[in-house]
Design a protein around this ligand. Structure first.
Ligand code: PLP
Length: 476
C-alpha cells in the first residue's frame, strides 16, 4: 500500500517520506544492536576536552544530508558508554533496550501525560505506573496520590513545596515565605534537598543538619536536640528529610526511627528514595527501606536502579489530598478546576510533561517484575563481592561495608601523607577515565577522598572489578 504524504513544499514532503523514515529506523536499530554487542571491546569513554567536543559538533545546517548513520555512529562513539561492563560511575542507569523503544514510540507521538486530553493513553499509563510503584512500597493506594516528574531533584522540590504549603501554618502561596520556616536534613542528604529549600526561599540558616554515624546514616538519637534548637530559634519545621539511600555511600537511614520521631512531633517525613527505593522490588533487600510506607512523601527514580533511561521520577504522597495543595494557580487557557484530578500539570512544575511512564510500563510488561528483582539482587550482591575483594587487598581500603550497589574505597601508599593520599585518588581516577579502560567517580568523606563505584550495569562481572583494581595499581 502506498505510504506517501505530499505537501506543496518539497522540504515538507521529503521530511515525511515514510520509506526514508523506515530505512533510517532500521539502520539505527542495527547500529544500536551492534554497539551493544561490541561495547565491551570499546573504550568506556573516549576522553575529549570540552572545546574539542563543541568544535566537532558545530555544523552548517543550511547543508543537509539524507544519511543518518554517520551522525548516529559519531554520537555513540563520542558518548560515555553506560552499557560497558567497565562503566561504574554516576547513578545513571544502563538502559534496557526495550525501554529505549518505548521512548522512540513516545517521541514519535509526542502525547504528553500532563493534560489528559493531550494524551489519554499517556495519562492512563502514568496512573498505572504510579499506583504500581506505591504498592511496592506498601503505601495504601486507596488514599495515596502520586505524580511523575522530571528527575529526583525536581521530585524533592515538588515534595517539599507540598510540605511547605501543608505545614507552614499559613497560606504560603498567598502570603509568601516569612522568615520562620525550616527543614531538618542529614549531612548526607543529596544536594538537591538543600537546593530545593533555597529555591523555596529558606536560607542556609533555616536548614538544620543532623550528623550521621560511622555508617553515614542520620543519627536519629540527635533529631530531638536539633528540633529543639529550631524551636528555640522560633522556626516551624515543615519537613524532616531522610535518605534511602544516601548518594555518596549508599547508606540507608533508619526510616522507622525517623518516622517515630516525626509522629511524636507531628512533623512531615520526606524520604529521598531516588536511588534506593528500588530495593522494594527485591525480597532480599527490601528490609533496607522498612518504614518507608510511613513517610508523607517519597521520591523514587526509575532512571537510577530500574534500568530505565532518564528521566522518570515518582513523587508519592501518603495523602492524595495534600498533593493538590502544592500549587494554586489560575490559567483559563489550560488549568481547569473540574479536571484537576486528570490533568497532572496541576501537581507538577512541568506544564508539558513527556510520557515518562511508557518506558517502565513496556519494560515491566515485557520482562516482568522478576527482571527488576533480579537486577537489584545482582547489582547489590556484586557490590558485596567487590567489597570482600577489596578487603583481601593490602593496598586498598574500604570506606564502609556497602548496603547498596555503591562502594567507596581507596588505594593506599604508605609513604604518602593524608593530603597526598587524597590527591592520589583524584589523580588515579583522572588517569583511568582518560585511558577509557574504566569509568568510576570519587567522593570526599570526612576529609578523605575515596574512589566510588555505583554498580548500575547488570553486565558488569566481578572479573571486571578485579581488573579495575589491577588498573588502579598500574596507574599508581
Ligand atoms: C539520593 C538522590 N536524590 C536525588 C538525586 C537527584 O536526582 P536527579 O539526578 O534525577 O535529579 C540523586 C542523584 O544522584 C540522588 O542520589
Amino acid at each position: 500500500m502506498a505510504q506517501k504524504i505530499k505537501s506543496e513544499y518539497q522540504s515538507i514532503t521529503e521530511a515525511y517520506d515514510l520509506d526514508q523514515f523506515k530505512a533510517r529506523a532500521y539502520q539505527v536499530v542495527e547500529i544500536l544492536a551492534n554497539y551493544l554487542a561490541n561495547v565491551e571491546n570499546e573504550p568506556v569513554l573516549k576522553w575529549q576536552d570540552p572545546e574539542v567536543a563543541v568544535a566537532s559538533w558545530s555544523r552548517d545546517f543550511t547543508k543537509t544530508t539524507p544519511e543518518i548513520t554517520t551522525i548516529v555512529k559519531k554520537f555513540i562513539d563520542e558518548s560515555n558508554h553506560l552499557h560497558s561492563p567497565c562503566y561504574a560511575g554516576h547513578q545513571v542507569s544502563t538502559p534496557l533496550p526495550t525501554a529505549a523503544l518505548a521512548e522512540f514510540v513516545y517521541s514519535f507521538l509526542n502525547s504528553p501525560s500532563s493534560i489528559y486530553e493531550m494524551g489519554p493513553a499517556s495519562y492512563g499509563i502514568e496512573q498505572a505506573i504510579v499506583r504500581w510503584l506505591a504498592e511496592q512500597l506498601y503505601i495504601n493506594t486507596e488514599t495515596a496520590g502520586a505524580v511523575l516528574t522530571s528527575g529526583g531533584s525536581l521530585g524533592n522540590l515538588t515534595a517539599l513545596l507540598t510540605a511547605r504549603q501543608v505545614n507552614a501554618g499559613y497560606d504560603v502561596w498567598q502570603e509568601g515565605v516569612k522568615d520562620d520556616l525550616a527543614i531538618i536534613v542529614s549531612d548526607q542528604n543529596h544536594y538537591s534537598i538543600s537546593r530545593a529549600a533555597h529555591i523555596m526561599g529558606l536560607g542556609s540558616k533555616s536548614i538544620y543538619t543532623v550528623a550521621t554515624d560511622e555508617e553515614f546514616k542520620l543519627k536519629s538519637s540527635e533529631l530531638e536536640a536539633v528540633y529543639q534548637q529550631s524551636q528555640k530559634d522560633g522556626k516551624k519545621v515543615i519537613a524532616v528529610c531522610a535518605s534511602a539511600c544516601s548518594t555518596s555511600t549508599g547508606s540507608y537511614d533508619d526510616l522507622n526511627a525517623i518516622a517515630d520521631f516525626c509522629e511524636t512531633h507531628d512533623l512531615w517525613l520526606h524520604v529521598d528514595g531516588a536511588h534506593g527505593a528500588s530495593v522494594a522490588l527485591s525480597e532480599k533487600y527490601k528490609h533496607l527501606i522498612e518504614g518507608i510506607n510511613r513517610a508523607d512523601s517519597v521520591v523514587w527514580d526509575a532512571h537510577k536502579m530500574m534500568a530505565i533511561p532518564s528521566l522518570i521520577t515518582a513523587v508519592i504522597y501518603k495523602n492524595r489530598a495534600e498533593s493538590y495543595s502544592t500549587f494554586s494557580q489560575e490559567a483559563s487557557y489550560l488549568l481547569d478546576h473540574n479536571s484537576i484530578e486528570r490533568d497532572t500539570c496541576n501537581r507538577t512544575v512541568e506544564c508539558t510533561k513527556p510520557n515518562m511512564a511508557m518506558k517502565l510500563y513496556l519494560s515491566l510488561a515485557i520482562h516482568g517484575e522478576e527482571f527488576f528483582s533480579d537486577y537489584i539482587d545482582y547489582t547489590h550482591d556484586l557490590a558485596t563481592r567487590f567489597a570482600e575483594l577489596i578487603k583481601r587487598q593490602d593496598d586498598f581500603e574500604l570506606a564502609i561495608e556497602p548496603e547498596s550497589n555503591i562502594v567507596c574505597f581507596r588505594y593506599l601508599e604508605k609513604e604518602l601523607n593524608s593530603v597526598e593520599l587524597n590527591q592520589l585518588q583524584k589523580d588515579l581516577r583522572e588517569k583511568i577515565i582518560r585511558s577509557g579502560d574504566f569509568y568510576l567517580v570519587k567522593t570526599d568523606l570526612r576529609g578523605k577522598t575515596y574512589l566510588r563505584v555505583s554498580l548500575m550495569n547488570p553486565l558488569t562481572k566481578i572479573d571486571h572489578l578485579e581488573e579495575l583494581l589491577c588498573l588502579i595499581r598500574k596507574a599508581a
